[in-house]
Write a protein of this length. Sequence first.
Length: 587
Amino acid sequence: MMKKLRSIRLRIVVLYLVLLTVALLFAGFFLQNSLKGYFLQWFDKRLIGEMNLLIRITKPLIEKKEAKKLDDLAEEYGKKLEARITIVDRQGIVLADSREEPKEMDNHLQRPEIQQALQTGLGKETRYSATLGLDMKYLAIPIKSQGNVIGIMRVALDLSKIKKMYRGIWWVLFQVGIITFFISIILSLKFASNITEPIEKMTNIVERISEGSLDQKIKIDTKDEIGQLAKMFNQMVNRVKEKVEQISNEKSKIEAIVGSIGDGVIAVNLNKEVLLINLAARDIFNVEEDVIGKSLINITKNHKLEELIDEALSKSESLTEEIELLLPEERTFRIRLAPIIREEKAIGVVISLRDITDIRQLQQMRTEFVSNVSHELKTPLTSIKGYVETLLETEADEETYESFLEVIKNETNRLELLIDDILNLSKIESGVNELEKKVDINKVVSNLLSLLKPKAVDKNINLKLALDDNLPLINGDYNQLSRMMINLIDNAIKYTPEGGKVEVEASSKDQKLVVEVKDNGIGIPEEDLVRIFERFYRVDKGRSRKLGGTGLGLSIVKHIVENHHGDIRVDSEVEQGTTFTIEFPIA
């Protein structure tokens, strides 16, 4: 840019000097022509005056034919006038000449200036003189006596003197031109600087502005157009600064709003290149690098989303759709696409992504829960209804009545147990618990022995407790922890064959209370391990119902553990046994 400015300065200086040179040359030629005309006119006038004086002197000598005196007179005045004087008679015969011998000279009657003088009274001619070898200026005037022409006086002036004078004029003009030229260089540089320096300042400031520094002003106090331009430039910079600050503030607000939105937000242009992406969208697609300007398909890897963008652009209207995205795991998103409209034409699309996976899972769980509860309730109710109807419609003996009533009683107990488990699960899920109390897990387990020992003895199962002394206390609800241990130990006894073993261990490790319930029973298949804590899920449905299970026990256990801020995991192998491990934070 500085080179360009210097080039502008150079062009101004060169143009100025060219104009000056042309002006000087034009002035020189004009002055030369003017002086030439002036001096020739002045010489003519002067010579004519001198010649008229000489004619008065020479006329008597011509009349008396005194050739010698006439020739001497011509020679004398020729020297004084620095000119050649020639006197001829009416027939053109040379009577006297200031430089040559008259008798040796040719007849001059046909000379142009002589003929012109005879015809008009004054003859003028400029030509090369073969006699003298010079360019000469000739003037001729007739000499009259009593109205008759008795002779002609001709004066010839050497033009070399005039040319010398012309050269002197050009030399003076050259000297003046040289001085003027150097003065003009200084003035033109100053003049060019007055123009280019403000431009340089503006250029430097514009360059700094383009780099983001808007606190710039041009200080030019002149009252001319450049000063006015600088003033308007400063006003423009102030306005730009205000607008940039305003846009920056608005951008910050928008970024803060978009960034704080829990939903993913992405804006793309017509080419489906990313214009904006918030933190939630980055987390959804696991984006860490800068993706502004990159193609959206390279980020999402989802062609369905790209088809929805094309549809929103083509229709210029908002769309809402649910799609599955294959992220690290399959997730369900409700996607809303809103076109960006400018001049009634879509120029891009804003995409919002809301993760509704948990909602869909809850809806699915609710549907399954209702279905399972209905099924679990229907089975004992159907059995009770069938036996009651049979008792009402038939006459049976007392033993049959008692067996039927025993079945009805068992189904009623099962129904009651199912309802109790559902109510307990609902209470636990509601979070209504008392965790401020200190609970001793040894005391919880020991108090359950009287309840669970008979079941173990009936199946010849060795129920063994391995509880460390002085176990740390935990914050919890005694009744919930008791139900948790009952469910775990009862399940271990149920699903362990006769002669098996069930162990309950409790210890302290890494500031946590660790409780383990082990058995060497039938075990759980690996494909079922991930679902055993779901409501009403049974590994062997027929056997579970036969053993009196409701399908809610482990679900209750998991919710109790979570309410106590603990963790539970299960390790199992078919026909080898199962181990439930629970960790609670120490109070």
